[in-house]
Design a protein around this ligand. Structure first.
Ligand code: FES
Length: 128
């Protein structure tokens, strides 16, 4: 079984111009994210903390101050991402475990992570 430590979603080439007004910064941020995840061994299935997944998203429903980066499992949304910020976010947040508060727009934790218990759904019943 492969464990996942973090999943990074980057809205860098959106269809809405407000999110990422400079497509060149979005493209460079995406290229930097892919390169560093690979070069720093974050995709290695032998990594004790688990692998880091990264995907490009077309919209994360933030739609401002992009490029926008959403990181699970914390549900942290960074705005104003750039290649330089990608490097610091990977180093300090993903590897070091310390999110960079000054760049965080908001947090969207899963209900279970915020202390709310998920209720199991009832098993389907069959008619007698
Ligand atoms: S277009 Fe980037 S978050 Fe919506």
């Amino acid at each position: 079984m492969t464990r996942v430590s973090h999943h990074l979603l980057l809205c860098a080439t959106p269809t809405k111009a407000l999110c990422c007004p400079d497509p060149a910064i979005g493209a460079a941020s995406w290229d930097t994210l892919k390169r560093l995840v690979r070069e720093w061994g974050l995709e290695d299935p032998q990594r004790p903390e688990g692998i880091v997944l990264r995907n490009k998203a077309d919209c994360l429903r933030i739609c401002a101050e992009g490029p926008v980066l959403l990181i699970w499992p914390e549900g942290i949304v960074y705005t104003g991402v750039s290649p330089e910020r990608i490097e610091r976010i990977l180093r300090e947040h993903v590897i070091g475990g310390s999110p960079i508060e000054a760049w965080i727009l908001k947090r969207m934790p899963f209900a279970a992570a915020s202390g709310l218990a998920l209720q199991p759904t009832a098993a389907p019943t069959t008619a007698p």
